[in-house]
Design a protein around this ligand. Structure first.
Ligand SMILES: Cc1cc2nc3c(=O)[nH]c(=O)nc-3n(C[C@H](O)[C@H](O)[C@H](O)COP(=O)(O)OP(=O)(O)OC[C@H]3O[C@@H](n4cnc5c(N)ncnc54)[C@H](O)[C@@H]3O)c2cc1C
Length: 383
């Protein structure tokens, strides 16, 4: 180890920023050197994407600059990570080689619409920030027909988000007075709306979308997309005029090339977020943290943040030779906006004994304010 230990953080999203800030809030620059590497120079809370779609936000008003990190003596390197040399403890970017003592991998999940034949040509990617304005334009110009929202792979980021999207779109169409002329169909490969939240919460979400005449089609595993047609593995087909897809999620090729994850999977971790390599940790959407045989921690910012803080605490303890290990607690809350200026919260305790606990709160305007505060706090505390 060099004199001042160097923590290199790959990715300046939820997990990376939570870890960087926790480290810097506890240790000065003379005690730990921190570098965050990201190919883009901005951070956005994921749910703001839906506000860009419904026209209540602009992209510019929803992002914070990662360059702000330098004010906290956290070095920000805007560059593309091209490989990780785990044996020699070095990260290679397009422009430099960066040695590390501790590595936190928080590179998120990669959206892979190309995996589904015909999707790129015939549908929109609901999660791609580059497509949000075009999606909004389409929603503002549609007057009749069918909108399909389709989940095309599991796991995907923020399991409630596509349901929120359907409710916000319902609201947009109602405000334009054309809701009765536009059908909203929701297709999921899962048997229930939110498997990770369990059958009770799933039923409540189903009731919520049904109450707005959004039609939920379960167990619809996508095979391909043709012009204005979804083709499912069962052979069934469904028509649409506008397709908003949540494409399959995979990890970055950097992760597969390093051997940290296999095939189209994610980095397996336990509650200490360690990988099999010394002083190499992984947090957030790039990981898979199994809870029960059929369940992993959902891909959500709130969990990436909790894992980032856990890793930071353990690195601090290691640098200070304190030897106490904390484990990620698996607790968090995800907001669901109903589209009628209210929101509810799915409260989750993933590692509760004997089984995970999930609870859906009432939809209130107070919860919508809390959602806005959640974003404000992260932006002001982290950047
Ligand atoms: C519409 C929508 C709504 C959502 N709503 C919520 C919500 O209400 N609550 C919630 O908790 N979560 C929500 N999420 C999910 C949340 O945004 C993600 O789970 C979270 O961002 C994961 O954090 P992360 O740090 O793992 O990855 P990310 O935040 O995705 O960060 C990864 C970073 O790594 C960088 N990176 C990747 N590869 C490279 C490379 N090769 N070189 C350089 N940089 C690289 C990326 O640019 C990115 O900045 C939502 C997501 C979406 C899309």
């Amino acid at each position: 180890m060099t004199d001042i230990p160097h923590v290199v953080i790959l990715g300046g999203g939820f997990g990376g920023l939570a870890a960087a800030n926790e480290l810097r809030n506890s240790m000065s620059s003379s005690q730990v050197k921190i570098s965050v590497i990201d190919k883009k120079d901005w951070f956005m809370v994921g749910f703001a994407k839906l506000w860009i779609i419904n026209g209540t936000r602009t992209f510019e008003n929803s992002t914070g600059s990662l360059n702000e990190l330098t004010k906290k003596e956290i070095k920000f390197i805007q560059d593309e990570i091209s490989s990780i040399d785990l044996q020699n403890k070095k990260v290679k970017t397009l422009n430099q080689i960066i040695p590390y003592d501790f590595l936190i991998i928080s590179m998120g999940a990669v959206l892979a619409p190309q995996i589904i034949p015909g999707l790129v040509e015939n549908g929109f990617n609901l999660y791609d920030h580059n497509q949000l304005l075009e999606i909004r334009d389409k929603l503002e110009s549609i007057n009749s027909g069918k909108i399909a929202i389709s989940i095309m792979g599991i796991p995907y980021k923020c399991p409630p988000a596509p349901f929120e999207a359907s409710l916000l779109i319902d609201s947009m169409l109602r405000k334009r007075g054309i809701r009765d002329s536009v059908q909203i169909d929701f297709y999921s490969p899962a048997p229930i709306t939110l498997p990770a939240a369990g059958p009770e919460v799933s039923k409540q979400i189903l009731d919520l979308v049904n109450s707005e005449k959004i039609i939920f089609h379960n167990s619809c595993k996508i095979k391909s997309v043709k012009p204005k047609k979804l083709v499912f593995e069962s052979g069934k087909e469904a028509d649409f005029d506008l397709l908003l897809a949540v494409p399959p999620h995979i990890a970055s090729t950097v992760i597969y090339d390093s051997g940290l994850a296999k095939e189209s999977g994610f980095i397996p971790i336990d509650r200490d977020c360690k990988t099999s390599f010394e002083n190499v940790f992984a947090v957030g959407d790039v990981t898979s943290l199994v809870v029960t045989e059929n369940m992993a921690v959902p891909k959500a910012g709130v969990f990436a943040e909790g894992e980032g803080i856990t890793v930071a605490k353990n690195i601090i303890s290691q640098i200070q030779s304190k030897g106490n290990l904390v484990l990620f607690d698996g607790k968090g809350g995800c907001f669901i906006e109903s589209g009628r200026d209210t929101a509810s919260v799915i409260e989750v305790d993933m590692f509760s004994n004997p089984k995970p606990i999930t609870h859906l709160t009432e939809s209130t305007s107070d919860n919508l304010s809390k959602k806005l505060d959640f974003e404000k706090e992260r932006m002001s505390n982290w950047l």
